[in-house]
Design a protein around this ligand. Sequence first.
Ligand code: ADP
Ligand code: MG
Length: 722
Amino acid sequence: MVAFRDPVRNVVGGPTAKEMTDRLGIATVEDLLRHYPRRYYERGELTDLARLVPGELATVQATIASVGGRQIRAKLHKLDVVITDGRTRMTVTFFNQRYREKLFVPGQEAFFAGKVEVYRNKLTLTNPEVALGDDAEDFAGGLMPVYPATAKLASWRLRKAVSVALEVALPEADQLDDPLPAELRLRRGLTGLDDALRKVHKPDTRDDVRRARDRLRYDEAFVLQTVLARRRAEATAQPATARVPRPGGLLDEFDARLPFTLTDGQQEVAAAVAADLAREHPMHRLLQGEVGSGKTVVALRAMLAVVDSGGQAALLAPTEVLAQQHHRSITAMLGPLAERGLLGGSDIGTRVALLTGSQATAARRTNLLDIVSGDAGIVIGTHALIQDTVDFQDLGLVVVDEQHRFGVEQRDALRNKAKVPPHLLVMTATPIPRTVAMTVFGDLDVSTLTELPAGRSPIASHVVPAGEKPHFLDRAWTRVREEVDNGHQVYVVCPRIGAGPEEEADDVPADAETTSALRPALAVLDVMPMLVEGPLAGLRVEMMHGRMPPDAKDDVMRRFAAGVVDVLVATTVVEVGVDVANATAMVVMDADRFGVSQLHQLRGRVGRGSAPGLCLLVTDSEAGTPARERLDAVAATQDGFELSRLDLETRREGDVLGASQSGRRSSLRLLSVLRDEAVIAEAREDAAALVAADPDLGKHPALRAAVEAVLADQRAEYLEKA
Ligand code: ADP
Ligand code: MG
């Protein structure tokens, strides 16, 4: 008896096993059984060869009349098999499948499935799927599975291998250890594992296929959610210090000074965060929300609560510009509360330290001292925060801004700097659909800010088809002048820096087939002089990009924020979090070179104050192209969730799951994190209940084995990457 997890070579020959493993990732018998058919050919009644329709998929049952192969050229072998239904004859052709020559025996009956083509005025099938002999008998049952195959390993050979595996590895009905508890199967109306595996490979009806796939798809969601539920349970079982703000302390002072009232959404999330912080187990929360929905205030309040209780909070930002900006805006919001120990500073206040890679040694030393002594209650920084030399007095909370730029490892490295596991708050402004959140961030509790603070102005977005209507672009620059004349600032964003070897914006959609794709994308260094000498002459135009020294970037940003600079020509360094309330317009050059979510992020930089925002998406792409449709979609809605869904749909599943998902990809065959929302939600609920009742899965050995297989996969892939 061959076991499920035995190597696949126990059921197929050595070379076949090698091809399976190398090319299809099939290492075990189970992998083979989980190599599901891509589709199924349906057997018709005995096919009347005279009634085939060119261009249609057909399955033909016929008798082999004659077989003739010949080598046409050095690398081209042609095999013609003449088949007949008794009245009509037809030739079926195989290229470079010489081995079939001896498999076809005249007089034998066989099935052929493929697309009907016309060759020299006659109907034919080229390289069709074939079922012969025993296989044909099987197939006579109903549907013929077609497998993802390789050049060396045709679908029919996989079909045979699967047949063998089914026979030797699947015990008689209902003996197989099913990872899904019977109660759950019953409740969700799912068939058993052995039944599902048999039916997915050897269905009689379409309904069999559906039931089998439903069950197997559910498995994928359930095992993954069990992994996540256990991770969540383990993480929250760790000890942590409860952080409860002092009455009349820093947080109360801050709230009293806040120039606005929190939105209902902010209050709700703040309450959830406060409740998490008050527990003696670490918070693991994801805070997602539209650009400008006020996440930073919520995070700052959490940090102040921790400082109030004697701890420290660290804010990890993805770029120096952002770290600097957070430092500036948080210091400003705190006012005297951030000046403890300074003249005029509040004595219940604290200090806010900034730590970035480019800091001068002296400043860095002072900051490190403030951090280790605990004088700095709030520490803001980039990756530099993660370095070995940074020691905290009592790190109680880690806030990670813009999660998608940080790996789980980095977030963990910072958390390891605490003596007791700190609380964790992850903020992301790239809203992701609920199901993706449940999968990618499945070990975090998710809070979402959906409303924008009142008084926020809408952003009018327009596509400017510069290729078709050049005068539209002139009109755009006129609008820029008008904004500046009204005392506002404007961003002009380009995909490239220019004048040097460099990558384009990293998020370029694969299908960006645009006219502009024929030339390099517009660059800051080229657009800048073009504007200064042309349409924006006389305005105070400056630029900012990633190759400038951090100090210079900071300086430009500061002057732009202060209104000393009118127009900032920049790369996507302004993409995340940059917050200049007086900036009202943005012109994105070669907008088709950016991804949907990225454009949405960029656009979020304007309309942050009370004046209405304007976003102009300049493109050479033509109406009707996918690139142009994406831009139209961005212009048509400000709903980040809708746009992120659109964005994800244009990517492949593996990319959706991204690096944080490494390893899991291989465990998802039927499940789509975008389409199967209901399945994922159900599985998540079921997994949470099961893990709560049986945390170490002691009562569910088959599930435990499946979970361990996924974890082993993830570890393997992690090691490969490292
Ligand atoms: P996010 O980080 O979600 O993009 P921020 O926290 O940076 O958003 O907030 C954007 C701007 O809105 C900031 O200038 C902030 O001070 C302001 N803001 C935040 N919450 C409110 C509110 N409830 N009412 C008015 N303005 C707010
Ligand atoms: Mg922000």
